[in-house]
Design a protein around this ligand. Structure first.
Ligand code: HDE
Length: 691
């Protein structure tokens, strides 16, 4: 039965209390007022960044104890499963924006450990745009919609963003990542995660090692094409959210392995970049990633608002054995996250919201405040005390508890950046050089697209200057796409970080010669391509389809793929031997961009019908354009003859077709192998395909 928030049974939920049936509503109607007041406050301010997200519960299991490096208990006990809550997000868009924006993705993990909550609040890109927290509001103001007209939503392709970037050479490494396909993931389940900053591990002897955190997805790292991303944004803006939710509901639990790069304290200055600089990564060739545990997401939230929206992450939620470094970006974050929760969740008691509660008891002398949940029964709220027998008291050394690493500090108070932070280009070049040819082309296309959207040509010119310092060929190709020339002598943008000593020369951006020219781990071309688990496969069918299609369907489903039957209309179709089959989607509601591969089974009348269906031809053309595997059996090749594929390859030559991901009369294993490759980027010629 309905009750008020005080538990009072309600016996009329249809009418407000009035002075007569045609009279004014009475202020006395506390039931109406309670209901409306609650409704008025149902929305809370959205996150200023990372507003759009999706999350899930899961567990973390350690493979091997890390006692030599850290005393954190959840990183020492392999018998324990640590509960986690993980939220993925885009950064720039507001809560209702599309999942497929070109953007960095947040990858925030809350570990509910037996020593309190530990939050690893990372991204899917291992570096960041800026080096100092002082610049964060500027960066975000630049990328957010422009202030006069609030356009564009969830997009970096506008003047204010590139104006800022063109004046911030330190952003060039991150820009290479953000313009790569990493910024348009196929799925949250198929992206890496990174802690970004260098942190410290502290062992039980108090010794410190530097550490970088990595999450490696077991399904490999995969992306979509930019043209596809833009289409998905219209057809299904909830694409990533839906994908995560459905995978977990179906029992296909997303998994990542936790990796650590560990650097002894004595090696702090061994590298040609500064470990404290968040615009740099440590190439895996220099320090290998050790795989130490596994994260599995196995349960969807019951309530989006209560869990995904109200979860409050904070890089300062630490456990003993993990500590910060002086990375100036991280240091600023340590202030920002509590502050933002105060206005977003409205109270210093946000830790009492169920999703934020630690699994161990919280005992301290903080009291009261807005929305306090805990009813403290003790007679004292101070320490030291005798009235409550001294409780709660400080943990002794033997009890554990948090102690900060005793880093030696002996310096002047200054506002400046270390000289070791001023190489802004060599890792941008390393990233670009490490990409496969198709990946390089995607970066060039993305830059041409983004800069092409600008209204002020001078910003384009400045950007071309900076790109020249990354790679001349890259700059030339982007300039060509924009109908411009590469500047003859690129100038470094104005350097705003004038040091206290006024010696600007000393702090000019520079490019050093990197000892590593290519790092394989940076290219998605080298990722895992051995499974079709959870891949979405479209079967195009119509009345008269050969019943044998069910074998192919079963074969793919046995490998973990999800098959959907798409026909000219919803309802049922009849197979060649008269069996009724229920259709999943019609061409009206389905779209090729929502699938990983397409297969057309044979069938005398079904192929005739599909050949007359323009949407079927468009579906295949689009899948071809986005380099997806395509399969066709028997006379289904007649349908392919009506598509752009026929002008690109000899459909009589099965071997040639198979090499380019067009599988004719495929055995189940052929189609599986082709789908596992994810995309055939080599055949890409985006703007030529009529789809
Ligand atoms: Fe954040 N960031 N950030 N950030 N960040 C927030 O906190 C901030 C940075 C990241 O799913 C906010 O609760 C500053 C780097 C994620 O709830 C806010 C600086 C990285 C999430 C904030 C940074 C991140 C946030 C907004 C520069 C990758 C979403 C709402 C000094 C390592 C967490 C909130 C979630 C959210 C501030 C830079 C990751 C305003 C000041 C670098 C994944 O506090």
């Amino acid at each position: 039965m309905l009750t008020t928030n005080q538990g009072l049974l309600i016996n009329d939920n249809q009418n407000s209390l009035k002075s007569g049936s045609r009279g004014s509503t009475l202020l006395e109607d506390f039931i109406l007022r309670e209901k409306i007041t609650h409704f008025d406050h149902e929305r809370i301010p959205e996150r200023i960044v990372h507003a759009r997200g999706a999350a899930a519960h899961g567990v973390f299991k350690l493979y091997k104890p890390l006692a030599a490096y850290t005393k954190a208990k959840f990183l020492n006990d392999t018998s324990r499963e640590t509960p986690v809550f993980v939220r993925f997000s885009t950064v720039a868009g507001s809560r209702g924006s599309t999942d497929l924006a070109r953007d960095v993705r947040g990858f925030a993990v809350k570990f509910y450990t037996e020593e309190g909550n530990y939050d690893l609040v990372g991204n899917n890109i291992p570096v960041f745009f800026i080096q100092d927290a002082m610049k964060f509001p500027d960066l975000i103001h630049a990328v957010k919609p422009e202030p006069h007209n609030e356009i564009p939503q969830a997009a970096s392709a506008h003047d204010t963003f590139w104006d800022f970037i063109s004046l911030m050479p330190e952003s060039m490494h991150m820009i290479m990542w953000a313009m790569s396909d990493r910024a348009i993931p196929r799925s949250y389940r198929m992206m890496e995660g990174f802690g970004v900053h260098t942190f410290r591990f502290i062992n039980d002897k108090g010794a410190s090692h530097f550490v970088k955190f990595h999450w490696k997805p077991l399904l490999g790292v995969h992306s979509v094409a930019w043209d596809e991303a833009q289409n998905i944004s219209g057809k299904d803006p909830d694409f990533h959210r839906r994908d995560l939710f459905e995978a977990i509901e179906s029992g296909a639990f997303p998994e990542w392995e936790l990796g650590v790069q560990i650097i002894p304290e004595k090696d702090e200055h061994k590298f040609e970049f500064d470990l404290l600089d968040p615009t740099k990564l440590i190439p895996e060739e220099l320090v290998p990633v050790q795989i130490v545990g596994k994260l599995t997401l196995n349960r969807n939230p019951d309530n989006f608002f209560a869990e995904t929206e109200q979860v409050a992450f904070h890089p300062g939620h630490l456990v003993p054995g993990i500590d910060f470094t002086n990375d100036p970006l991280l240091q600023g974050r340590l202030f920002s996250y509590t502050d933002t929760q105060l206005s977003r969740l409205g109270s210093p008691n946000f830790h009492e919201i169920p999703i934020n509660r630690s699994i161990v008891p919280v005992t301290n002398n903080q009291r009261d405040g807005h929305m306090r949940q805990m009813i403290n029964t003790d007679k004292t709220s101070y320490e030291p005390n005798t009235i409550s027998n001294g409780c709660p008291y400080q943990a002794m050394m033997k009890d554990g508890g948090f102690t900060s690493f005793q880093e030696r500090v002996d310096s002047k108070k200054v506002r400046e950046r270390s000289q070791s932070f001023f190489d802004h280009f060599s890792q941008a070049t390393l990233f670009f050089n490490s990409q496969s040819e198709p990946e390089k082309n995607h970066i060039i296309n993305a830059l041409t697209f983004e800069l092409g959207k600008l209204e002020r040509p001078v910003i384009r010119e400045r950007m071309l200057g900076l790109l020249t310092l990354v790679d001349k060929g890259l700059a030339r190709k982007v300039a060509d796409g924009l109908g411009m020339e590469v500047p003859a002598r690129p100038e470094y943008p104005v350097n705003h970080s004038v040091p206290a000593d006024g010696d600007q020369k000393k702090h000019e951006p520079k490019k050093i010669k990197s000892s590593i020219e290519v790092s394989n781990a940076l290219s998605m071309a080298n990722t895992k391509k051995n499974s079709i688990k959870t891949r979405q496969i479209a079967f195009l069918v119509a009345d008269g389809v050969d019943a044998s299609f069910e074998e192919m369907k079963k074969g793919l489903e046995n490998e973990g793929a999800v098959v959907k039957l798409i026909a000219p209309k919803l309802g049922t179709i009849k197979t060649g031997n008269g069996k009724g089959i229920t259709v999943d989607l019609s061409f009206l509601t389905a779209a090729s961009v929502l699938f990983d591969a397409v297969y057309v089974p044979s069938g005398k009348t079904s192929i005739q019908k599909l050949t007359n269906e323009y949407d079927a031809i468009h579906f295949i053309n689009e899948a071809f354009k986005h380099c997806k595997p395509i399969g066709a059996s028997g006379n289904a090749v007649d349908l392919l003859k009506q598509t752009y594929i026929a002008s690109k390859t000899d459909l009589a030559n099965k071997k040639l077709c198979m090499d380019m991901g067009v599988c004719l009369d495929p055995a189940i294993k052929d189609l599986v192998r082709s789908i596992a490759k994810h995309r055939f980027w080599e055949r890409e010629e985006l703007r030529k395909v009529p789809a």
